[in-house]
Design a protein around this ligand. Structure first.
Ligand code: UT7
Length: 354
């Protein structure tokens, strides 16, 4: 991660305008074909379409087919982002995911190889729903340090493989999907330049979002202490409170680091966790509701894919236009959070199936 791109009150940096900067050069996304409606879920879970809509804003989500994995979605989204950037060449690939194809090795090298990019640097980032912002931060660091000139950043998650189908508190929220951007080296006063990135975490709250089994603490599923430890779990209402507080704080810090006032923000592209969370954050920031970009009704919470998928769909349907000043913010397990700013560049969307 580039220390100069992290906004820290304890360090002094050269003005952002003088630094080599990562610039967004392409965008793409992909959704698996199967659509699961709230009514579909209500056939097997003790829930209703009305509860899901009013408590989350979600109407449907996409689900990967049996055997369709994170790398499959990532390759589709990344191929479209490369096409949008006008070149197939990158020096590094960073994949943000909570659902790697395997615990070992990382999924990024396979994605790179399948894109015809074997040989480049490729690694995974695990910051749950904040993964895309963390991966963006790592990519900005590689570019600022001169290690890479073009970097592919992908968020891809297949939560349907880790959800407990009997847990109504999580099964209704998450959807599968992928989104990607291509970054190139450039100047910070160009459209598309990624502004100062403000990341954060607090591991004291790691238990609020977790898959307890399958890692080094409870290695085999036979060692799991509780039934269901192999599945993703979330303490919904506590996470809700943290999400509102942290996304509000980190958004303010990213705006301050970029020198933006509320009036500068044309679009707020936040991780699509829950429409009530997004409403609360907008309210606390004092931003009008028409600044909010949202696709949660149609895709649900797609974790690391959420922000690039949202951006790509909004470019495709005209809600996001060149010159718009966009505030990006995310929050997720860890706990982790992060935010940044970008003035949207003139690039083509290549959104997959909607
Ligand atoms: O993406 C990373 C971070 N994730 C988030 O930010 C998600 C944060 N949390 C949330 O979005 C919300 O907390 C949830 C959508 C998960 C839950 O909504 P809530 O308004 O916080 O509900 P709750 O957990 O306080 O539960 C309220 C009631 C409970 O029933 P009782 O105890 O009041 O009788 C739940 O059992 O709603 C019940 N409930 C449901 N009822 C119908 C929970 N899930 C469901 C469901 N259908 N799917």
């Amino acid at each position: 991660m580039d220390p100069q791109q992290m906004a820290s009150p304890r360090t002094t940096h050269p003005p952002h305008s003088q630094r080599r900067c990562a610039v967004i050069a392409g965008i793409g996304s992909w959704l698996p074909l199967e659509v699961v409606t709230n009514d579909d879920l209500a056939r097997t879970l003790d829930t209703t379409d009305e509860w899901i809509r009013t408590r989350t804003g979600i109407e449907q989500r996409h689900r990967a087919a049996d055997g369709e994995s994170t790398s499959d979605l990532a390759v589709q989204a990344a191929g479209r982002a490369l096409e949008s950037s006008g070149s197939d060449e990158v020096d590094a690939l960073i994949l943000a995911t909570t659902t790697p194809d395997f615990l070992c090795p990382a999924t990024a090298p396979e994605v790179a190889a399948r894109l015809g990019l074997a040989g480049i640097a490729a690694f995974d980032v695990q910051a749950v729903c904040t993964g895309f912002i963390y991966a963006l931060s790592a990519a900005c660091g590689l570019i600022a340090a001169g290690t890479a000139d073009r970097v592919l950043v992908i968020g891809s998650d297949v939560y349907s493989t880790i959800l407990n189908p009997r847990d109504r508190a999580t099964a209704v929220i998450f959807g599968d999907g992928a989104g990607a951007v291509v970054l190139r080296g450039g100047r910070s006063d160009e459209a598309g330049a990624v502004g100062p990135i403000v990341p954060g975490s607090d591991g004291n709250f790691r238990h609020l979002i977790a898959i307890p089994g399958g890692g080094a603490r409870q290695r085999s599923l036979q060692m799991c202490r509780q039934p269901g430890d192999e599945y993703f779990s979330m303490s919904g209402s506590e996470v809700f409170r943290h999400a509102v507080q942290r996304m509000t704080e980190v958004s303010r810090r990213a705006m301050a680091a970029a020198g933006w006032e509320n009036a500068d923000v044309d679009r707020f592209a936040a991780h699509q966790a829950n429409s009530r969370i997004l409403d609360s954050v907008l309210d606390q920031l004092g931003l009008p509701s028409d600044r909010r970009l949202s696709n949660i009704a149609h895709v649900g919470n797609t974790s690391a894919a959420s922000i690039p998928l949202l951006l790509d769909q909004c470019v495709a349907d005209g809600r996001l236009k060149p010159g718009h000043k966009v505030l990006l913010a995310a929050f997720g397990g860890g706990l982790t959070w992060g935010a940044t700013t970008v003035t949207w560049p003139d690039i083509a969307a290549t959104a997959g199936p909607q």
